[in-house]
Write a protein that binds this ligand. Structure first.
Ligand code: FAD
Length: 289
């Protein structure tokens, strides 16, 4: 353990425990940042030591390499939540499912789907998470962002360039710090949240080691259907297997390596291209060492 100003910097930190896939080697340097200032200090530490940085949420949409990450991983742990009438002020490290449950409990509608998306608020904004006809982009009002140079910016919804599984943040190098959501008063919010959650646990392998949908849905069809129609359910490479519950999910059955998952992804892409003439594009973020 080493200190940079008041911040604890851990060395050789195992990354797999910070992901839902439970795959990945060690981070050369690792910090848990609870405040805006600790993220800023992290950026400064990386600059002074000539390191690349990676902002980690709840690790539910990433595949770390077995070799690890040869830079600084900043685990976003900014966790505040304040609900004022229909406005919700929330830190980027706050659990997105907890936000979905709490807002629905307060009869607020717009984030009922979040209860079944096991990420952080920052990761959900970065990815423009969505399901069952609701999306982050419909409910967000503004985002507080820190650039690599330590400048704080406030982006309004229209500045965020939200698209399906995309946002302006995927072209930037800094960190989402917090956000404001604007929700609607709705007595049925809690019922809807429970309904969506029940559908999710029925249709997705929520309790197995995976990273959600591996591929984005191509226009006018779904990756799940394409993979199923290519008879790839239960197709296995090493410790990685295509889910029989939802074929766009890859499960780490026992001790899959990142190579097992990448090989399986390449195989799926090859077969879908050959049989359907469609190029699948990755939704999961593959993080190079
Ligand atoms: C069982 C299961 C079900 C899922 N269901 C859905 C679903 O229904 N809909 C859906 O959209 N997704 C779903 N996902 C995928 C995943 O949960 C979402 O993409 C989620 O929003 C990712 O958030 P995260 O905090 O885990 O991000 P991470 O996986 O930690 O990171 C993902 C990317 O976001 C970046 N990032 C994270 N936080 C920040 C930040 N504060 N600032 C800047 N960049 C940041 C990371 O650098 C990385 O590039 C599912 C995943 C699982 C495992």
């Amino acid at each position: 353990m080493q200190f940079f100003k008041s911040m604890k910097v851990q060395k050789n930190k195992s990354l797999k425990e910070f992901t839902t896939f439970k795959i990945g080697g060690r981070a050369k340097y690792f910090i848990k940042a609870k405040t805006y200032d600790e993220i800023k200090q992290g950026f400064l530490f990386a600059k002074e030591n000539n390191l690349k940085t990676f902002i980690l949420g709840k690790g539910s949409n990433i595949l770390f390499d077995d070799k690890g990450y040869f830079g600084l991983v900043i685990y976003n742990n900014i966790n505040f939540l304040r609900i004022s009438k229909t406005n919700v002020y929330v830190g980027a490290g706050y659990s997105f499912p907890a936000l979905g449950v709490k807002t629905a409990n307060n009869n607020l509608s717009g984030l009922e789907f979040a209860a079944g998306v096991p990420g952080s608020v920052g990761g959900a904004i970065f990815m423009n998470a969505s399901s069952y006809s609701q999306a982050v982009s419909d409910a967000i009002k503004s985002v507080v962002y820190l650039t690599l140079d330590g400048e704080i910016k406030i982006l309004k919804k229209d500045d965020c360039n939200f698209e399906y599984r995309n946002s302006i943040f995927q072209k930037m190098n800094g960190a989402i710090l917090s956000s404001v959501f604007s929700l609607k008063q709705d007595e049925n919010a809690k019922n809807r949240q429970l309904e969506i959650f029940q559908k999710k646990i029925k249709n997705q392998p929520m309790n197995e080691k995976n990273a959600g949908c591996i591929f984005k849905n191509p226009k006018n069809t779904s990756a799940k259907i394409l993979i199923d129609e290519c008879s790839l359910k239960n197709y296995k490479m090493g410790g990685a297997i295509v889910s029989h519950v939802h074929p766009n999910f890859i499960i780490n059955e026992k001790t899959a390596t990142s190579k097992d998952v990448l090989d399986l992804m390449s195989h799926i892409k090859k077969v879908v291209k050959e049989r359907k003439n469609i190029n699948l594009r990755e939704e999961v973020k593959v993080i190079l060492p």
